[in-house]
Design a protein around this ligand. Structure first.
Ligand code: SF4
Length: 353
């Protein structure tokens, strides 16, 4: 990267040409890379561009956002809708998979576009979120189903909505007696920390109790600016949790994940989910086997306290939901007699009463 480029003020990147001008990809754009860009959105915020400059174009941060020709390799088991959202969508924008909660996907744009995204077939800058009539139908569905206790705002990234739209939406949800919690699944605090402002926090307090679940995958993403943004949320009464995708070449070791989860806990963020990578099309190069994931997670359990351990989960294809997939501590059971493994892998007998 030339000195000039390194000194240039970062701006957002949304195309191969932008990445080329910023010196983040080679000077030649191959037909394969162009084919990837034609199919899947590219998006890097100024903050992420700065981070890539600090850590390098082959760093774990860069690999999450810079497209590669490997995305053209399609495995026959990969799916356009890998977690089966469509099977549980009674009206546009709503996914009702579990009794007491729904996903509400208002918007299909994100601040960044992750190369391993499980909704990569549906998100992007040219895609449309819900229009006002569709949003009203989605809200009516929530009003009419009194078993719904929690609304999970996902997408797209819900924190890319304007404060005015967020406030109006939360205000509507706050008028529904059975809705207690609005949970935001977002990349924004980690990729555009300047978005966390007093005005945004006021908007987040417009309706039900709000939780933020930050998508964050590597300890290098927890910069001072990101930690300040998180502190602004927690100090103002917005609890923060995290979700992490287990990704080959990015965070596939107990050491890296352990550091991430400990730093998150120190920043008052409870690690919530470690997702086994989904069967999204063209993401094979990021996927580990479940056996590899279980080995990493067992090692993590030896090193990290419960406070710093998320649940390791798989979203079953077909819309069958999330299931914990860490290896069991119960090895055998015969009547009331169990063989149970401790966190160091040693077996012990236990008789149930
Ligand atoms: S922010 Fe989330 S929805 Fe958007 S591209 Fe990344 S993983 Fe996909």
């Amino acid at each position: 990267m030339s000195e000039d480029l390194a000194q240039r003020k970062p701006r957002a990147a949304q195309s191969l040409r932008d990445l080329q001008e910023l010196g983040l990809i080679d000077s030649s754009i191959t037909p394969e890379l162009q084919a990837v860009a034609d199919k899947y959105a590219i998006g890097l915020t100024p903050h992420i561009i700065e981070m890539i400059r600090a850590h390098g174009p082959n760093s774990p941060i860069a690999r999450q956002y810079i497209p590669t020709h490997e995305e053209l390799n399609v495995n026959e088991r990969e799916l356009e809708d890998p977690i089966g959202d469509l099977a549980h969508s009674p009206v546009p924008g709503i996914v009702h998979r579990y009794q007491d909660r729904v996903l509400l996907n208002v918007i299909k744009t994100c601040a960044v576009y992750c190369r391993f995204c499980f909704r990569r077939e549906t998100v992007g800058p040219g895609t449309r979120g819900l229009d006002s009539a569709q949003l009203e139908v989605a809200l009516r569905y929530i009003r009419q189903n009194s078993q719904i206790w929690e609304v999970i705002l996902s997408g797209g990234d819900p924190l890319t909505l304007s404060n005015r739209r967020l406030s109006a939406l939360l205000d509507e949800l706050g008028r529904i007696d059975h809705i207690a919690v609005a949970r935001f699944h977002t990349r924004v605090p980690a990729v555009a920390p300047e978005r966390i402002t007093d005005d945004l926090i006021s908007a987040l307090h417009s309706g039900p109790t709000t939780y933020i679940v930050i998508h964050i995958n590597h300890p290098d993403e927890l910069t001072k600016r990101v930690k300040d943004a998180i502190a602004q949320l927690t100090a103002n009464g917005v609890p923060v949790l995290s979700q992490t995708v287990l990704l080959r070449t990015i965070n596939d070791s107990a050491e890296t994940l352990g550091r991430l989860f400990k730093q998150l806990a120190k920043a008052r963020v409870k690690p919530y989910y470690l997702h086994h990578p989904d069967l999204a099309i063209g993401t094979q190069h990021f996927r580990l086997s479940i056996q590899e994931g279980q080995r990493i997670f067992s090692e993590l359990r030896q090193k990290n306290s419960g406070l710093t351990l998320p649940q390791y989960v798989l979203d079953l294809p077909g819309g069958h939901g999330k299931v914990p997939i860490s290896s069991s501590y119960i090895e055998t059971k015969s009547g009331s007699q169990y063989k149970i493994k401790d966190s160091r892998g040693n077996s012990h007998s236990y008789i149930d009463t």
